[in-house]
Design a protein around this ligand. Structure first.
Ligand code: MN
Length: 443
């Protein structure tokens, strides 16, 4: 059954308005303006970069592909939307929308942002959230992107509304469909490039609509954490495949990673063990738990796998303490996910923006908050054979506990990452990704 977006959105916009009321009052403003964004141009060129909407804007309205729109909100009043709908014979322009969400706005078509001037409130009392200062500075805005106001929003964006959760589930389903198509292409012996195209086709996304650049990595490329190219020819032997790719729905993202082996070998066995460990990490989540605790749990699991596969000797806790696991698992266990792939507010202790200090042991962890009900994030442990980090490890005393011949066996497979999208509930968690794969496989 597909979700009832009309009723979910009605509650969502009410929640957004309540949050804006509080954020404005706490920061001494009477009005809020949110610009959808501007087209930006390449240096010395008349080609624009792909449009990326202001993430605040798409949280209010499911419009992700139209620059020069403006939301104008005053507490207690119906929000206004100046909707960019110019006369332009070079480009397709958007007609004024008429959808489930539009009754919640007073919509006025404009041919450019400057035409929104007729709709403005008292700008001396207005805060603006916009990537460009103009024309708002010229219009006398009280503040553009005031930190206190933005921190207030970002802190509360961690907790998702029912509408946002429904959008995230849809994004997971689209992503799962495309992941299955990519796996089939890998099993058929396709190149990285052809796997990438199979993914986009199944997701019905173009390059600009995926929430981040696909990572499509065969063999040793899987050891490059953000591998950014796609080889046009298949390798002589495709041993392994790591794919980190997401999808978008109404501007909300999924962020999913899977790893596959071609043969039934020790690497395949290691993937299965990582998969079990990843599910155990998800199961450890509870409201009230500092997210950084999950990082420690993940390192212990990685240590266990290194011992089980004869890669390292010793006790799991020792391998965590002496830095061995960090050489194999050098990134954060996950991050908030929502309208932004690395969603905001993960390092704020409160709505004022007081920073949570970065733990020395986890320099790359993006989420440091205590997890709470309806927080959504990724859980993405990894285990890689990264030449530069292995060399460093080998030069330390801890390197003597590593069986380097065993490392040589695994190196040609690159590495493993398994990533699901998780919502914390009162008594545990909801995994968006696993049921999405089941549903996509049954379609
Ligand atoms: Mn991720």
């Amino acid at each position: 059954m597909s979700p009832d977006f009309a009723s979910l959105y009605t509650d969502h916009i009410a929640a957004m308005r309540r949050l804006a009321d509080q954020a404005l009052a706490a920061n001494g403003f009477d009005h809020l303006l949110i610009h959808s964004g501007a087209l930006n141009y390449a240096f010395l060129d008349d080609n624009a970069y792909p449009f990326k909407v202001n993430p605040h804007f798409k949280r209010w309205v499911p419009v992700t592909d139209n620059p020069e729109c403006l939301i104008i909100y005053t507490p207690g009043e119906t929000p206004k939307l100046a909707f960019y709908s110019p006369v332009d014979f070079w480009h397709k322009t958007h007609p004024v929308p008429d959808e489930y969400w539009t009754a919640h706005f007073e919509i006025t078509p404009v041919g450019g942002i400057r035409e929104a001037k007729a709709l403005l409130p008292d700008m001396k009392r207005a805060a603006v959230i916009s990537e460009t200062a103009e024309p708002f500075a010229e219009w006398g805005a009280a503040a553009i992107n005031p930190e206190g106001l933005i921190n207030h929003f970002h802190f509360h964006f961690a907790k998702k509304t029912g509408y946002e959760l429904a959008c995230l589930r849809e994004a997971s389903l689209i992503g799962a469909r495309a992941h299955l198509a990519a796996e089939r292409a890998f099993r058929d012996g396709a190149s990285e490039f052809d796997i990438h195209l199979a993914y986009l086709r199944a997701a019905e996304h173009n390059e600009h609509q995926v929430p981040y650049s696909n990572i499509i990595a065969l063999n040793e490329h899987a050891a490059i954490l953000h591998y950014q190219y796609q080889e046009r020819r298949p390798p002589a032997e495709a041993r392994s495949f790591l794919i980190d790719a997401g999808a978008s729905f109404n501007g909300y993202s999924s962020d999913i990673t899977r790893t596959y082996a071609r043969e039934r070998n020790d690497f395949q066995h290691m993937i299965e063990r990582m998969n079990e460990a990843q599910l155990a990490m998800c199961a450890a989540l509870r409201p009230g738990m500092p997210y950084a605790d999950l990082q420690t749990i993940a390192h212990r699991h990685v240590a266990g796998i290194l011992i089980e596969f004869g890669i390292a000797r010793g006790e799991a806790d020792e391998l965590v303490a002496n830095g061995t696991t960090r050489a194999f698992f050098p990134h954060g266990i996950g991050h908030y996910l929502g309208a932004q792939v690395h969603d905001v507010g993960g390092k704020q202790a409160d709505e004022k923006g007081t920073p949570i200090p970065q733990p020395e042991a986890h320099p790359f962890l993006r989420t440091l908050r205590t997890v709470d009900v309806d927080h959504v994030f990724t859980v993405e442990p990894g285990l890689y054979f990264i030449p530069s980090l292995l060399e460093q490890l080998r030069a330390t005393p801890a390197g003597r506990q590593v069986d380097w011949q065993r490392v040589e066996y695994f190196r040609p497979f690159g590495g493993i990452r398994i990533e699901d999208n998780i919502r914390v509930t009162a008594d545990g968690h909801e995994n968006f990704t696993r049921p999405a794969f089941e549903r996509a496989a049954a379609e």
